[in-house]
Structure formats: structure tokens, C-alpha cells
Design a protein around this ligand. Structure first.
Ligand code: SAM
Length: 334
């Protein structure tokens, strides 16, 4: 994480953009102290940074001293939920910073933590970094992903009955690189979260993911985009790089898709978890079926022109009952 220069630079720029001289900043999750020190450098009057892990809080206190910032930053070795205004911090914060998201934003409890912090530890019009986050999904093809996550056999034994436990692939950046995921369609938004006014309500949505290329859909890749400040974003999409891993929801059986098809998925989340299930593949109208429909209309028009008893025209026009792959709409003309 600390070696992710794109992430570090995005936080530095967002803090420069959003911290004003005289601001009191609350940094939730001190880690090594980097975001707290960036906030001090951006001009905060004082930074209060909390860290639930005592050994990490101790090391961060040392890092902050080594950088000559002990008089501008106070490390509070506590969960943010246990901070009391008037005891641990003298007043509510003007700016709340955090970087407590996992590969699908929710797994480290960001929604509950920020819901509490924005309501109980921040001024009513406080700014937040990040300010919003979006979860996105797209269909992907990757035989390597299946081989990695659902090996058919090990040392000659058939393992396929165990695959029901391998529905959600958590990929490290290295796994992700090795699997060479091929996108079969663009990203589609599943959920958006406002981190300045978060809530912990669960939500559920059914969404159709567009396919723009032909291939085997092996999985649905879920990624995020997080806006730290206007125009400053961090993300873990297909081409984003960075230290965040990726989460892919594997299909029980790969679907063969073509351009124009749509994969219908239902996603739901609570305060800390995301789940996603694949409903079905909605097929784009087949060319032969479309042609059959057009020809059927032509045939009916022809019959109406000639009157009852007129012979059907010569091939290639055929009534839809005889047309190969007749589209159900075609039947309605009978
Ligand atoms: C991903 S690190 C980020 C560290 C630092 N802010 C940065 O961006 O470099 C998150 C840290 O937040 C701490 N943490 C997560 N939720 C917390 C909470 N609600 N209160 C205090 N510490 C928390 C974890 O223990 C971890 O050390």
C-alpha cells in the first residue's frame, strides 16, 4: 500500500485541494502515519489520527516524531467509534480522512465507521476524503482464472465437487496480472456511496451487464472508483494498476455470449459485505430470426394484396413456423 505511488499522490493532491489553514482534521486509521502527515503538510491546524492496533499506533508515533510533526499530529490509539469529543479530540473535525476500503470498498467497515464519524465526530458541513465511491461490474473471460480458482484435479484426484466453495475469487495484483482477464463488455454501476453522508442501510439491485464482444463469460469482475476530491480518483478496475486486489464472482457454468447479449445479475450489500449472483443471459435477437420476422411481414402484406387464396410466394419467404430459429415475436403474426 505504501509503495502504491498513484494512491499516495492522489491522497496528497486531494488533501492539498481540500484542507484549509486552520482546519482540524480527523484521520481514521493512522497506519504508518502517511495521510496524517500529508494533512499536516497541506496546512491543517492540527491532525488527530486514530489507530485501533496499539503496535501500529506506537510505530506511527515514532514515524511522526522522526518527521518533526509531533506538535501538529496527535496519535490516538483507539477505534474511531470509541473517540469522545472533548476528551480525545477538543472539537469536531472540519475534514475527515480515511483509507479503510478493501477490493469492493465495504470489507473493512468503511460505511459503519464513516456513518459514525460524520455524525458524531465531524462538524455538520465537514468535508470527507474520500467523498464518494462507486462499485462497478463487467463480464470477463479468463480460462486461467478458472484453472487458478477451480482446479479440476490435484495429483490425479477429481476435485470438481468442491467447486461450490470457490464462487468468489479474491485476486492479488499478481494473480490478476497472470489471469489476463479479457473484458467482454463495459463496466456498469452497481451501487454508489456518498461518504460525506453515508448510511449503513443494506441495498439490492438487479442490473444488466452489456456484452460488446463474443466470448465465454467466466466471471463478473467487481471493481471500484473512489473520488477523493473533484477530479482526483483512485480505482482498481481492469487497467488501474495499484496495490488493491480484485474480486471476481465466478459463474457456475460459463455462458457463451455474443455482442448485444446482456448478463442479468443481482447484487446486494450490507454494511460490510457484497454478494452477487448471476440470473441469466439475455440473448440479442439472432440475425436469422430478425430476417424471418421481416420476411413474415412481407409475406402477410403480399397475401393481403392478392386477396384470400393467393399462393404463397416462392422461396426464400417462409411463414415463421417453418423459419429456422424463429423469434417468438414472429409467431404473433399468425
Ligand atoms: C489501509 S491502512 C491506511 C493507513 C493510512 N491512513 C494510509 O492511508 O497510509 C488502514 C488502517 O486503519 C486502521 N483502522 C481501520 N478502521 C479503523 C477505525 N475505525 N478506527 C481506528 N483505526 C482503524 C487499520 O488498523 C489500519 O492500520
Amino acid at each position: 500500500m505504501l509503495a502504491d505511488t498513484a494512491r499516495n499522490s492522489a491522497y496528497a493532491r486531494a488533501l492539498e485541494a481540500k484542507v484549509k489553514p486552520g482546519d482540524v482534521v480527523l484521520d481514521i486509521g493512522c497506519g504508518a502515519g502517511l495521510t496524517a502527515m500529508l494533512a499536516a503538510r497541506a496546512g491543517a491546524k492540527h491532525v488527530y489520527t486514530c489507530e485501533q492496533q496499539p503496535l501500529i499506533a506506537q510505530a506511527a508515533t515514532q514515524v511522526i516524531a522522526d518527521n518533526g510533526l509531533s506538535d501538529r499530529i496527535t496519535v490516538i490509539p483507539k477505534w474511531s467509534h470509541d473517540i469522545v469529543v472533548g476528551e480525545d479530540i477538543p472539537e469536531r473535525a472540519d475534514v475527515v480522512i480515511s483509507e479503510i476500503v478493501d477490493t469492493v470498498l465495504l470489507g473493512e467497515g468503511a460505511l459503519a465507521t464513516l456513518t459514525h464519524a460524520m455524525a458524531a465526530l465531524a462538524k455538520p458541513d465537514a468535508r470527507a476524503i474520500p467523498e464518494q465511491g462507486t462499485l462497478l461490474a463487467q463480464p470477463v473471460e479468463s480460462r486461467q482464472l478458472l484453472d487458478l480458482w477451480r482446479p479440476q484435479q490435484a495429483e490425479g484426484f477429481d476435485l470438481s465437487a468442491f467447486h461450490r466453495f470457490a464462487r468468489v475469487a479474491q485476486l492479488t495484483p499478481n494473480d490478476f496480472e497472470a489471469c489476463g482477464l479479457r473484458p467482454l463488455g463495459p463496466v456498469t454501476e452497481l451501487f454508489a456511496f456518498d461518504f460525506t453522508r453515508p448510511d449503513i442501510n443494506p441495498a439490492r439491485s438487479t442490473t444488466e451487464l452489456a456484452c460488446t464482444a463474443a466470448g465465454s463469460i467466466h466471471a463478473v469482475l467487481v471493481s471500484f472508483e473512489m473520488d477523493l476530491a473533484p477530479g482526483i480518483q483512485v480505482a482498481n478496475g481492469l487497467h488501474s494498476g495499484g496495490h488493491w486486489g480484485r474480486t471476481a464472482f465466478l459463474l457456475d457454468h460459463p455462458e457463451t455470449a455474443k455482442a448485444g447479449d446482456r448478463l442479468r445479475v443481482t447484487a446486494q450489500h450490507d454494511a460490510a459485505r457484497l454478494s452477487l449472483s448471476v440470473q441469466d443471459l439475455l440473448q440479442a435477437a439472432e440475425e436469422p430470426a430478425a430476417a424471418a420476422l421481416w420476411m413474415t411481414r412481407g409475406w402477410i402484406a403480399h397475401r393481403q394484396l392478392l386477396g384470400p387464396g393467393a399462393a404463397a410466394p416462392q422461396a426464400p419467404v417462409r411463414p415463421p413456423s417453418e423459419a429456422p430459429n424463429a423469434h417468438p415475436l414472429g409467431q404473433a403474426f399468425h
